[in-house]
Design a protein around this ligand. Structure first.
Ligand SMILES: *Cc1c(COP(=O)(O)O)cnc(C)c1O
Length: 390
């Protein structure tokens, strides 16, 4: 990445002038604090004593026996609030506090990031408001209540398609007007510089722990890393500490929805075109006029029409490979991991599991690490309903 936040031709800083001041202040504060001992010690204490890190690297013995390979699961599902999102929420909330901000805003689609941000703000005594599209508020009532319970106010967004991308636009507008006392806590490796690099750094704890754990357990590096990609934060968090280890293969698994050829999916690297969205140049699901397409995935957390800019960069370099797994295979893996290992995965993570067992079948001798980005409790009622259980 160069100084202006480009990963090759992707990334950058495409924002209205009114946001430039806020983002420059954020960049320089982050550049200073990321090398500050006290900041890093405080953050790592929060991650260990509050969020439950390090999360285990678990050898999935029965799954491996069934499909081949040696399949390990990095258990982000065991982190506080049930996914990797808490790593970034704690990092940015602590940064906001050190910057002297008293208020935090965030966007949320399915509500998972909203809950993580609300949690971090409750912990650190920061006022928190979360932007959420009206359609999502209706679909995710329980997560709205969770945020309220944590002391956060949910602001309903009624513009555009009334979903995540509109919530991000509103949050950016708020931030432009309020950045003297407000921090905008983005939930993935998306948005203008410095967010893609900053969120990656906060999530890289996943890959650093994984590397130490696999070396301790097997005395060698893995052959393949596999993670689901929505905005791309859990994937880049796992991949980043291994980028220089040229023999380690990396696979990002996007949401294939009803199939990439159906047009109803969220696979931006596999099927997107170059453009600018939310302040960064990246791959986007758009029509010939540049209008953002409606996306679909059974996993609400993968339902975003673009991707963090470092992923298209790694894809073009050939350093990481991106594939799409459709809804039906993800649902199969949701059941498979539950029955085989006693772990109900988040539907997002189930995409990575589905690809991992396919990969293991074809590469019988590999050490494979899957990022189990979250737990499936949040999805159980929806899947039961889809399957006609009630
Ligand atoms: C939000 C979420 C994702 C997708 O976000 P990334 O930024 O791509 O990691 C994946 N898994 C779970 C469990 C999530 O909550």
């Amino acid at each position: 990445m160069n100084r202006k936040g480009y990963f090759g031709e992707f990334g950058g800083f495409f924002v209205p002038e009114i946001l430039v001041h806020a983002l420059k202040e954020l960049s320089s504060s982050y550049d200073r604090l990321k090398n500050d001992n006290e900041f890093n010690m405080e953050l790592s204490a929060l991650l260990s004593r509050y969020a439950g890190r390090p999360t285990p690297l678990y050898f999935a013995k029965r799954l491996s026996e069934k499909f081949g390979g040696r399949i390990y699961l990095k258990r982000e599902d065991l982190a506080h609030t049930g996914s990797h999102k808490i790593n970034n929420a704690l990092g940015q909330a602590l940064l906001a506090k050190k910057m002297g901000k008293t208020r935090v805003i965030a966007e949320t689609g399915a509500g998972q990031h909203g809950v993580a941000a609300a949690t971090a703000c409750a912990l650190l005594g920061l006022e928190c408001e979360v932007y959420m599209g009206e359609v999502d508020v209706e679909r995710q009532k329980l997560n709205c209540y969770r945020m309220n319970l944590l002391g956060t106010k949910v602001i309903t967004v009624k513009n555009g398609s009334k979903t995540l991308k509109d919530a991000i636009n509103e949050a950016l507008r708020d931030y432009a007007a309020s950045s003297d006392h407000t921090h905008y806590l983005i939930g993935s490796v998306v948005g203008p510089h410095p967010y893609p690099a900053m969120v990656r750094d906060f999530q890289s704890v996943i890959g650093r722990e994984t590397k130490a754990q696999i070396l301790a357990d097997t005395g060698r590096l893995p052959d393949s890393l596999i993670a689901c990609v929505g905005g791309g934060s859990n994937a880049i968090g796992l991949f980043h500490p291994f980028l220089e280890d040229k023999d380690v293969k990396m696979f990002g698994v996007e949401a294939g929805g009803n199939g990439v050829h159906s047009g109803k999916h969220s696979a931006s690297v596999v099927a997107g075109a170059e453009g600018v969205l939310h302040g960064a140049r990246t791959l986007i699901l758009q029509d010939d006029d540049g209008q953002i397409l409606e996306t679909h995935s059974v996993a609400a957390g993968l339902d975003y029409p673009a991707v963090g800019p470092e992923h298209p960069y790694l894809s073009r370099l050939g350093r990481a490979t991106y594939v799409a797994v459709d809804d039906s295979k993800a649902l199969f893996a949701f059941h498979l991991l539950s029955e085989t290992e006693g772990i109900i995965p988040a539907l997002e993570s189930a995409h990575a599991v589905a690809y991992a067992v396919e990969h293991a079948r074809q590469n019988q001798n590999e050490v494979i690490i899957v990022n189990l980005s979250g737990r499936g409790d949040k999805d159980v009622a929806e899947v039961a309903q889809m399957e006609g259980y009630f």
